[in-house]
Design a protein around this ligand. Structure first.
Ligand SMILES: Nc1nc2c(ncn2[C@@H]2O[C@H](COP(=O)(O)OP(=O)(O)O)[C@@H](O)[C@H]2O)c(=O)[nH]1
Ligand SMILES: [Mg+2]
Length: 494
C-alpha cells in the first residue's frame, strides 16, 4: 500500500473524532471546577443501617484528615475503622469505615474519600455539617460526581446514560440493558464505526491529494465507497431496531381490549397485582383508559385497561369506546380478551372480526403491532374436555378467577416482549434514547450525501459530518445543553 496513506489516516483521525480517545476525554463536559471539592450523601435518604457519604476534589485528603484527626490517611482503597469527630468542636460523631481513593484511580478521577457511617439521620447530618465546615468543601449538585467522572474521561456519554438507567432500572431486563450500556458496548460499537469512517476519509483525502499520482494504489476510492456502503447497512439495521431499545427503557404499551364483561379489568388487576380497575358484573364499568406501569415477566410495560368495545350505548360509554380504539392503535402489544363461555355472542364475534383477525394473532412481523388472544373464564368450561375453539386463531386459556393459565400467559408475554423490546442478554447493543437515534440517523443521512456528492471535496465533508454524529453520540463535542439534560437524570450524591 502507498506509504503516505497512513499519514493521511493519522491526519483524518485528528478531525472531530479520535476513535479511541473521545470516550476517555469527554470533551463536551465543562472543565471540572478546579479547586472545589464536593460532598454528598450517596446512599438513599432516610433511616438505614449504613449510609455512605463521599467527597471528590483536591481537598478530599484534608477533609478525611480533619474528621479523623489525629490519625493520618488510611492506605489507598482499604477500608479502615476510624473515630469521626467535628473538626471545629472536637465532638465525636461516629465510629465509621473510611476509604481513601487518590485520583486518578477513583470514580470521578479526582481524589475521593468515603465515609461509611451509621445511617441515623443525626449521624448523617452531623458528618455532612462537619464536612461543610472544612475549607474548600461545598455540597454537590445533582449528578455532579458523574459529571466530574465524565469530564475526567472515566465514563463516555453513553456509559453515563447507562449508569443513569441502572439507577432507575425497575425490571430485570432494564437492569441487564443498563449494565451493558455502562460497560460501554454501544460506545465501542460507535468507535468501530468511526474507525471505518476515518479510514474511508483518509482514502478520499489521499485521492484528492494524489489522485494523479501513479504511486497511489488503484481502487482506493472504490474501497472507501464499499466500506461506506457496508456501514450504511449496519446503521440501517440498528435504526430499524431503535424502537425496541426505547420500549425497554420506558416500557412497552400493552393494551387490554375486548368486549364488555370479558374480564379485562380482572386481568389488569391480576397482572399488576393490585386493584387498579373496578371489576363488576355490570357491563360498561370501565370507561376511561386506566394506565399502570408493571413488570411483566421481567420486562417493563405500561398496561392499559380500556372500555369494552360495543355499539349502541350512551354518550359517556361511547366516548370510552372511542378512547379504547385510539389506544388500540398506539399499542405495541394487544392483549385481546374474550369470555370463553360467551364466544357466540354478537360482541365477541364483532371483536374477533374487527380487531383480532385483522391484527393477526401472533403476528409474525417483529416490528409491527403484536397480539395475544386470551380466552378468559376457562373455569366456566367443562373441565378436561378438548379445546372447545379449535377454529379460533391461536389463543391461550385463562381463568382470572382461579389463576389457571396465568403461567402460560406470562411465558407468552415474555416471548412477545422480548421481540418488542429486544433481548438485553444476547442481542446487539440497543439504542435506548431518542438522542442515539437522532445521531445515527444524522450519520446515515451524511453517508447518503457522500454517495450523491458531485466532487471529492464534498464527499470528504459528508464523511466528516457522519463522523461528527458518531462523536456526539458518545460525548465528543457535546453541547452544554445536551449534557445538562442527561445529567439531570441523576440524584445528588451520584
Ligand atoms: N367465572 C369467572 N368470572 C370472571 C373471571 N374473570 C372475571 N370474571 C367476572 O366477570 C365479570 C366482569 O369482569 P371485569 O373484569 O369487570 O370485566 P371487563 O368488563 O372486561 O373489565 C366480573 O363479575 C368478574 O368477577 C373468570 O376468570 N372466571
Ligand atoms: Mg372493565
Amino acid at each position: 500500500m502507498w506509504r503516505g496513506l497512513w499519514t493521511l489516516i493519522a491526519r483524518a483521525a485528528r478531525g472531530p473524532i479520535s476513535p479511541r480517545s473521545c470516550t476517555r476525554q469527554g470533551s463536551g463536559a465543562p472543565a471540572p471546577s478546579s479547586g472545589s471539592t464536593i460532598f454528598a450523601l450517596s446512599s438513599g435518604q432516610g433511616r438505614c443501617g449504613i449510609a455512605v457519604i463521599r467527597t471528590s476534589g483536591p481537598s478530599s485528603a484534608h477533609a478525611l484528615r480533619s474528621l479523623t484527626a489525629p490519625q493520618d490517611l488510611p492506605p489507598a482503597r482499604r477500608a479502615c475503622l476510624r473515630q469521626l469527630s467535628d473538626p471545629c468542636s472536637g465532638e465525636p460523631l461516629d465510629r465509621a469505615l473510611v476509604l481513601w481513593f487518590p485520583g486518578p484511580q477513583s470514580f470521578t478521577g479526582e481524589d475521593c474519600a468515603e465515609f461509611h457511617v451509621h445511617g441515623g439521620p443525626a449521624v448523617v447530618s452531623g458528618v455532612l455539617q462537619a464536612l461543610g465546615s472544612v475549607p474548600g468543601l461545598r455540597p454537590a449538585e445533582a449528578g455532579e460526581f458523574t459529571r466530574r467522572a465524565f469530564a475526567h474521561g472515566k465514563l463516555s456519554l453513553t456509559e453515563v446514560e447507562g449508569l443513569a438507567d441502572l439507577i432507575h432500572a425497575e425490571t430485570e431486563a432494564q437492569r441487564r440493558q443498563a449494565l451493558r450500556q455502562l460497560d460501554g458496548e454501544l460506545g465501542h460499537l460507535c468507535h468501530g464505526w468511526a474507525e471505518i469512517l476515518t479510514k474511508a476519509l483518509a482514502h478520499v483525502e489521499a485521492y484528492i491529494d494524489f489522485g494523479e499520482d501513479d504511486n497511489l494504489e488503484e481502487g482506493v476510492l472504490d474501497q472507501a465507497t464499499r466500506e461506506v456502503r457496508e456501514l450504511e447497512v449496519a446503521l440501517g439495521a440498528h435504526l430499524r431496531d431503535a424502537r425496541r431499545g426505547q420500549r425497554l427503557r420506558s416500557g412497552a404499551h400493552v393494551v387490554i381490549a375486548g368486549p364488555p364483561n370479558a374480564g379485562k379489568s380482572s386481568l389488569v388487576n391480576l397482572l399488576s397485582r393490585k386493584p387498579v380497575s373496578i371489576v363488576s358484573p355490570e357491563p360498561g364499568t370501565t370507561r376511561d383508559v386506566l394506565e399502570t406501569p408493571v413488570d411483566l415477566a421481567g420486562f417493563p410495560a405500561l398496561l392499559s385497561d380500556t372500555a369494552g368495545l360495543r355499539e349502541g350505548v350512551g354518550p359517556v360509554e361511547q366516548e370510552g369506546v372511542r378512547r379504547a380504539q385510539k389506544r388500540l392503535e398506539q399499542a405495541d402489544l394487544i392483549l385481546a380478551v374474550l369470555d370463553a363461555s360467551d364466544l357466540a355472542s354478537q360482541s365477541s364475534c364483532n371483536f374477533l372480526d374487527t380487531v383480532v383477525i385483522p391484527t393477526g394473532a401472533r403476528s409474525p412481523n417483529p416490528s409491527g403491532q403484536r397480539l395475544l388472544l386470551v380466552l378468559n373464564k376457562s373455569d366456566l368450561l367443562p373441565s378436561n374436555g378438548p379445546d372447545p375453539n379449535p377454529d379460533l386463531p391461536p389463543h391461550l386459556l385463562l381463568s382470572c378467577l382461579t389463576g389457571q393459565g396465568l403461567d402460560d400467559l406470562l411465558e407468552a408475554l415474555k416471548k412477545e416482549l422480548a421481540i418488542l423490546c429486544g433481548d438485553p442478554s444476547t442481542g446487539p447493543p440497543l439504542l435506548t434514547r431518542a438522542r442515539h437515534q437522532h445521531h445515527l440517523q444524522g450519520c446515515l443521512d451524511a453517508l447518503g450525501h457522500y454517495k450523491q456528492a458531485k466532487d471529492l471535496a464534498l464527499a470528504a465533508e459528508a464523511l466528516r459530518v457522519a463522523r461528527g454524529h458518531l462523536a456526539r453520540l458518545t460525548g465528543g463535542g457535546g453541547t452544554e445543553e445536551v449534557l445538562d439534560i442527561i445529567f439531570r437524570d441523576f440524584c445528588v450524591g451520584k
